[in-house]
Design a protein around this ligand. Structure first.
Ligand SMILES: CC(=O)SCCNC(=O)CCNC(=O)[C@H](O)C(C)(C)COP(=O)(O)OP(=O)(O)OC[C@H]1O[C@@H](n2cnc3c(N)ncnc32)[C@H](O)[C@@H]1OP(=O)(O)O
Ligand SMILES: CC(C)C(=O)C(=O)O
Ligand SMILES: [Mg+2]
Length: 602
């Protein structure tokens, strides 16, 4: 999915910036004017008017406290933007997914556009595939013959929304329709009346209506307002049977605050506001569709149209997964089920035949993963703190309020595991390495050993250049601490008995040349006694510090022990994993001794 960069990319044809510096540019800002033809995009005149700001906007002081009405347009706007539009199987997979996730408002197609769209709507109706609480909507342009075909498509449905749409902005009026504003208004009125007439002739179906002044965001506000009020009135909009007024940023042209002002202005000025469901349909040309949608809701919109992961014309529609999970991350019920985000993603990728990029919010492969050391360290500490809080409160970790640095949500809440959260490469540090060894293998390295092993991993990562898997980290750990080619010392057997100083230890060890030696010593504990006993064979081991813990093994019981000692005057770490805790501690001491030999400079 991620394109591998070619080793020698063709150099871009960049003209060295040579324009003037701004008169007010301070000395420390050394940027120069570019050769880009930016003047072509200036906003001026009637076709590209500058939007008028609201001076008394109220939306900045609002917040998002509940889920809006979600409307999926995957099967219409998403579908119409695909190179290979969905066939019935892919449409069906998408529809079923949307239903399972909890969508109640699903635009299922543009039935007058193609046989495929028409027959899919027929299949949904004839095979009774639409749940009682789901309302499908069908898109129709302001062309009578296409409106007729749309009504044919929904014949026999229990309930549906007929969605009428045409462009309203000056550029479209002049260039696409070659119409005056009055003529466009007349087209809208004729089309809305046609829809109303067809509805009157339709028996047994509960129909509602949606009107989209396409290109709303670049249309004169008074003109859109007049059209919207006229169409809503023509359709007898009432609080019991509200008309959906859907305001699109058909091509996103401005910062999200501009759209919010436009939406708030409509919200305040619409006639009969309670008879209108104010909806928005943000596209993502500037990459700010999510912000546009969120600010629009603060400005009075109550419904959002978008697609899963943002498929749609050009840069796409607003991503409903991002919006819903943004709410979720603020403690607001999204009213959609994202508990299996990878399953959802697989279905969407199948339906659209388009990959979801690795950095896509909440759903990309890499979005719950940290490679960088300080992030990993903080995440590992955060997860450990969560675990402690859960234990103190005697509740499952999943019930504790989420508070982990760098992770806006708990990956498990969307069906991911913690294994992918921390991944190791040359950017990583000891915290991340220790976290991976702990989560994947249950090894809980003491602090000083983390530092040492972290450096070892860093060398390996620098050398290899890429990622080190948990398996590779474990292999490195084994090579470094658990297995030795020609060990200087092996513990063959040992026995402890209570002694004057605490413990009397008797041990049989094997030396590098294969010779066996019996050793004995007293000490406060077996490891200290063992360290003392090693003096008999000329190995000076002092100050043993040992930690030991059981491993969360699924088969049998094993213990990991870590030793920090001085061997012949040099500080060393050792480790061992065995079935017996005491044996693990003593073997960790032999590991430190063997490492002292391996690391001795000749
Ligand atoms: C912003 C949006 O997403 S709107 C939805 C866009 N979706 C699609 O276009 C996908 C499906 N569309 C189609 O398959 C085709 O466009 C069809 C079948 C619907 C119509 O095809 P055609 O009749 O061949 O017309 P074509 O697609 O070229 O559209 C151009 C004509 O429609 C007119 N038109 C465009 N949009 C609209 C509209 N919303 N309402 C009324 N007329 C419209 C144009 O002015 C033009 O008319 P003209 O030829 O008299 O100048
Ligand atoms: C049909 C309308 C809502 C549309 O898709 C757009 O304007 O982008
Ligand atoms: Mg659109």
């Amino acid at each position: 999915m991620t394109a591998t960069p070619s080793p020698l990319p063709v150099p871009p044809r960049i003209t060295t910036p040579a324009g003037p510096r701004g008169a007010d540019q301070p000395w420390w800002n050394t940027q120069l004017g570019s050769a880009m033809p930016f003047a072509r995009y200036e906003r001026s005149g009637t076709r590209r008017p500058r939007p008028l700001p609201l001076t008394d906007r109220t939306w900045p002081s609002k917040s998002l406290v509940r889920a809006p009405l979600w409307a999926s347009v995957d099967l219409r706007d998403g579908n119409q933007a695909l190179r290979d539009p969905m066939d019935t199987r892919r449409k069906r997979a998408m529809f079923d997914l949307l239903v399972r996730m909890g969508f109640k408002d699903i635009e299922v197609g543009y039935p007058s556009a193609s046989e495929a769209d028409f027959s899919f709507v027929r299949t949904l109706i004839e095979e009774d595939l639409i749940p009682d609480d789901v309302t499908i909507s069908v898109f129709a342009p302001a062309r009578p013959e296409l409106i007729d075909r749309t009504f044919e498509a929904i014949d026999g449905v229990d309930r549906a929304v007929v969605h009428l749409c045409h462009a309203t902005a000056c550029l479209w009026r002049e260039v696409v329709f070659a119409m005056t504003p009055g003529e466009v208004e007349e087209m809208a009125v004729r089309a809305a009346e046609h829809v109303a007439r067809r509805t009157d002739a339709t028996k047994g179906t509960r129909l509602r209506f949606q009107y989209s002044p396409e290109t709303f965001n670049v249309t004169e506000p008074e003109f859109v307002l007049r059209l919207s009020n006229t169409v809503a009135a023509l359709w007898d909009a009432s609080p019991d049977r509200p008309v959906t007024l859907n305001l699109p940023t058909t091509v996103e042209t401005d910062s999200p605050h501009v759209f919010a002002d436009q939406v708030e202005w409509m919200h305040r000025n619409l006639h009969n506001r309670r008879s209108v469901i104010l909806s928005v349909h943000p596209h993502n040309d500037r990459g700010t569709a999510v912000a546009s949608a969120e600010l629009a809701v603060m400005a009075g919109a109550e419904r959002i149209e978008g697609t899963l992961f943002g498929n749609g014309e050009r840069t796409g529609n607003v991503c409903l997964a991002t919006l819903a999970l943004n709410l979720f991350s603020q403690g607001v019920d999204p009213q959609l089920d994202f508990s299996d985000i990878d399953g959802i993603r697989r279905t969407v990728e199948f339906a659209n035949q388009l990959p979801v990029p690795p950095r896509h919010p909440y759903a990309g492969d890499l979005v719950h993963t940290a490679f960088s050391g300080t992030h990993q360290d903080a995440i590992a500490k955060g997860l450990a703190a969560m675990g402690r809080r859960a234990a103190e409160a005697d509740t499952p970790a999943a019930a504790v309020p989420w508070d982990v640095p760098y992770l806006p949500i708990d990956p498990r809440d969307v069906g991911r595991t913690y294994e992918s959260v921390v991944r190791v490469n040359s950017q990583s540090g000891r915290g991340g390495v220790a976290h991976v060894l702990n989560t994947a293998y249950g090894l809980d390295l003491p602090r000083t050993m983390r530092v040492e092993f972290g450096r070892r991993v860093q060398r390996a990562a620098d050398h290899g250049g890429g990622e080190l898997t948990s398996h590779e980290l474990h292999a490195l750990f084994t090579e470094e601490y658990l297995e030795f080619d020609r060990p200087r010392l092996m513990l063959k057997e040992f026995r402890t008995t209570p002694g004057a100083a605490g413990v009397t230890l008797a041990a049989l060890v094997v030396l590098a040349d294969g010779a066996e030696r019996r050793l004995a010593a007293d000490g406060p504990d077996a490891a200290t006694a063992f360290a003392a006993a090693l003096a008999d064979i000329g190995i000076t081991v002092r100050r043993p510090e040992l930690t030991c813990h059981p491993l969360p093994d699924t088969v049998g019981t094993r213990f990991a022990a870590y030793a920090r000692v001085t061997v012949d005057g040099t500080a060393q770490h050792g480790a061992a994993v065995t079935e017996d805790a005491e044996l693990a501690r003593l073997t960790a001491v032999t590991s430190a001794v063997n490492r002292a030999v391996e690391h001795r400079v000749p």
